[in-house]
Write a protein that binds this ligand. Structure first.
Ligand code: PLP
Length: 514
């Protein structure tokens, strides 16, 4: 490395400041007055939340042009004016937290998650070194594992969402599968001529396929296994696929059990999947991005039998825990595999940050306090666990169980109404908090198009906003209940609106010719 003064080896120098006077100019950004800014913003957030229930969805469709369009500002407007603009934008923000929003599997933060995130931004900084927020990273991972009924001693790591969490779990699986064959893929890459396979039901989230692509296995390495009438992976089909591949010398990298499919909320038979996978020496990965939290409820525990047989699990607190978007956890049984798969490696600039655990630390910087950089995809990252900590500290395990049970009961209530009303059709019996139903089209009316039209009107004209999917080839209106603000009245309002629009579009006949 060139030494300072070794001019022959120095690159062109950057121009220095025009004068030493420039060096005394004040910084443009405020780094204090947080309470002042929060006090200005707070009322706008309260008003936004209050309006959630009443303002029609369409009113939020376009962000205002005033503050978002235009050019890169040459001169800043200052903190106060910026906060005022921000407060105006809050009113036009995302409606995913509104009580009637039950689309996809997403929701807004409850207050504790959002407040914790704000505190984290000021006082949490990085998830490294020894500080209070970093401790919450550790504690909340342990709490989350306990909440979801995972085995003692699992190692967890946070990342930004189910997409990355699946990649970390499946990356560990790939490391393990190839190590058994004598290859270290993290160092040497995937060996030529060896084909790997990931088994997952046809309802697997597409982030599993993307993980396969990123891991060099290719999307085609994900073998879709058919599901039964309840949306669960068919074990006979899984066994047949693994047997055929074993004959062809294909390496079983991972077998995925889905604890809560995105489309239908179905929970695969984890014990059954694990029993087959283990016969073929396959890693078992549980994608519980949505549904793993359901195992907190004793009433649902029977759905999750065999969870302890898996090798890795993922869960998204930003779904059913409503922490605010941007936090998922991957847990693995074997910390060594995880670390070998994702180690960042040595870096000179981190010298000194690894004081032995038993040596007294005299500053925050004496220890990294977690091998996060070696156990996932990110180096810099916030201690997201504070959002999980905050929600669990606020409502406890009991609050989570109550929420899960309430939401599952909502889906059941909707299903019961759909079965009781001749104008409606239940497409799949709900297991968790997703219900798939539709208006029964009278003779001569194409049911998929009719229900797509109903969905469009729901979104335009009401506060009830589900999304859709296809169940066994049939278009379904699909609410997913994870939103803490949703009430039973919202569930009924959705059903009533579907009936109302269906009647109107078909001429009002209850299941008859329109
Ligand atoms: C089962 C499942 N896995 C993975 C994901 C991806 O999670 P994220 O959107 O947090 O990346 C989802 C998202 O809904 C999901 O339902």
């Amino acid at each position: 490395m060139g030494m300072v003064g070794d001019t022959a080896r120095m690159p062109d120098r950057l121009p220095s400041a025009a004068s030493t006077g420039d060096l005394a100019l004040p910084e443009a950004a405020e780094t204090g007055r947080a309470s002042h800014a929060l006090a200005r913003l707070g009322p706008a957030i309260d008003a936004f939340q209050a309006a959630h229930a009443t303002v029609p969805y369409a009113a939020y469709q376009r962000p205002s042009d005033a503050a978002t369009a235009g050019h890169l500002p040459e001169a800043g407007i200052g903190l106060d004016a910026m906060v005022d603009e921000l407060a105006g934008l809050v009113a036009e923000g995302s409606r995913i937290g509104a009580p009637g929003f039950v689309g996809f599997i997403t929701t807004g933060a409850s207050t504790s998650g959002a407040i914790a995130e704000t505190a984290m931004a000021f006082a949490g900084g990085q998830r490294y070194t020894i500080h209070a927020f970093n401790r919450l990273e550790h504690d909340s991972l342990r709490w989350l594992a306990q909440l979801c009924g995972l085995p003692e001693g699992v190692t967890g790591v946070y990342s930004s969402g189910g997409s990355t969490a699946n990649l970390i779990g499946l990356g560990s699986a790939r490391q393990s599968a190839f190590e058994r064959l004598g290859f270290n893929v993290a160092e040497d890459g995937t060996p030529a001529g060896v084909r790997g396979r990931i088994y997952a039901s046809e309802l697997a989230h597409r982030t599993v396929h993307r993980a396969a692509a990123v891991l060099g296995l290719g999307r085609q390495a994900v073998r879709p296994i058919p599901v039964d009438g309840d949306g669960r992976i068919r074990l006979d089909e899984l066994e047949a696929a693994m047997t055929a591949d074993a004959r062809d010398g294909i390496v079983p990298v991972a077998t995925v059990a889905i604890a809560g499919t995105t489309d239908t909320g179905s929970v695969d038979d984890v014990a059954g999947v694990a029993a087959i996978a283990q016969r073929f020496s396959s890693w078992v990965h549980v994608d519980g991005a949505y549904g793993l939290i359901g195992n907190a409820s004793p009433r649902l525990a029977r759905l999750y039998a065999g969870l302890d047989l898996a090798d890795s699990w993922i869960v998204d607190p930003h779904k059913w825990l409503a922490t605010g978007v941007g936090v998922a956890a991957t847990f693995v049984r074997d910390e060594g595999v995880l670390t070998r798969a994702f180690a960042e490696g040595d870096a000179a600039y981190l010298e000194g940050a690894f004081t032995p655990e038993d040596a007294p630390a005299v500053s925050q910087f004496d220890r990294m306090n977690g091998r996060w950089a070696d156990q996932g995809l990110e180096l810099s990252a916030p201690p997201r666990g504070v959002m999980v900590w905050a929600v669990l500290r606020e409502i406890g395990r009991a609050g989570v169980i109550a929420r899960v049970d309430r939401h599952v009961a909502y889906a059941r209530h909707l299903a019961d109404r759909a079965m009781a009303d001749p104008r409606l059709e239940l497409l799949l019996d709900p297991q968790l908090s997703v219900a798939c139903f539709r208006y029964r089209a009278p003779a001569g009316v194409e049911p998929d198009a009719l229900n797509a039209r109903i969905l469009e009107r729901l979104r335009r004209e009401t506060g009830q906003v589900p999304s859709s999917t296809v169940v066994a080839g049939r278009f379904a209106i699909r609410p997913c209940y994870i939103n803490p603000r949703t009430t039973l009245a919202d569930v009924d309002a959705l059903v009533d609106a579907v009936i109302g629009f269906g009647d109107e579009l078909t001429g009002g006949a209850a299941g008859g010719a329109g």
